[in-house]
Design a protein around this ligand. Structure first.
Ligand code: ZN
Ligand code: ZN
Length: 270
């Protein structure tokens, strides 16, 4: 599998160190399939810059509805315009997401596009929604890859949020989305070859993983250590701690595997 980082940052900019770190989005090439994880603002520009044609994205996993991860209406409009102007280029997208998204997307769309609230115009790709948070663990096949979702704790427990695990040919990729502490993220990360893990709580904000629901680098390290992760890649970089401080904090956990603080356009093969 091959992972391309399209956004290693957050919704915040103008902080030293976060220049050129856009909000979360990633492309996983798994066999013949390209799976995009999260769909943040203006992601199509970064897809283009990374060498992808954005109409080729047919599988989209969205971790939760916070706006820094979920700008799906905007992405669809870009595809709809290409379908309209150049002829059909993308006619179907499978969306794997928590129920807060799958149950409410049509209402969100109608607010943005009152001239075509039910997407009758054939320029829009057909959206096939797969609710992934009810039950707490859902399994789907995407080509030969097995996708499993795990409901995780985030946003004071009020946000319906998923982490995702992809297994293909004996390799395991895990995407944390936004998460605090909990058994499910630990189970999701088990024996991952590449664990793409958020670490957006500040180093000393040790209550955050249990209250709001973000991980400190040390707690992410503890999860990786106890779950047998081989390579952990931090994303959702805030700029409030340096890469070096995050790595030092993570190593306090005893995690000795590979560790990277992601930057946009990093490419990782495993
Ligand atoms: Zn969030
Ligand atoms: Zn976020």
């Amino acid at each position: 599998m091959k992972l391309t980082v399209l956004g290693s940052g957050t919704c915040g900019s103008q902080i030293p160190g976060v220049q050129n770190r856009f909000p979360p989005a990633f492309v996983l090439e798994a066999g013949d399939c390209k799976i995009m994880f999260d769909c943040s603002e203006a992601v199509r520009f970064r897809l283009e810059k990374a060498g992808f044609n954005y109409v080729d994205i047919n599988h989209l996993c969205i971790s939760h509805a916070h706006p820094d991860h979920y700008a799906l209406v905007h992405f669809l409009q870009s595809i709809g315009c290409i379908n309209s102007w150049l002829g059909p280029r993308n006619e179907r997208i499978d969306v794997y997401a928590p129920r807060q998204i799958t149950d409410n997307f049509d209402a969100l769309w109608a607010l943005y596009v009152p001239d075509d609230p039910h997407r009758k115009n054939r320029i829009w790709p057909d959206l096939k929604f797969h609710p992934m948070s009810n039950p707490d663990r859902c399994v789907m096949m995407i080509g030969d890859a097995k996708l499993t979702s795990f409901s995780v704790y985030h946003g004071f427990g009020k946000v319906d949020a998923c982490a995702f695990r992809v297994e293909l040919n004996g390799k395991v990729f895990v995407y944390s989305g936004d998460t605090g502490e909990g058994d499910s993220i630990r189970e999701c990360a088990r024996d991952a070859d590449l664990f793409l893990c958020e670490a957006s709580a500040r180093i000393h904000d040790v209550k955050n993983p249990f209250e709001y629901g973000h991980l400190t680098p040390a707690l992410a390290g503890d999860i990786a250590h106890k779950s047998g992760v081989k390579h952990m890649v931090f994303f959702h970089y805030t700029g409030l701690n340096t890469d070096e401080e995050m790595i030092a904090d993570c190593r306090k956990s005893g995690y000795e595997g590979s560790l990277t603080v992601a930057k946009d356009f990093d490419v990782l093969e495993f």
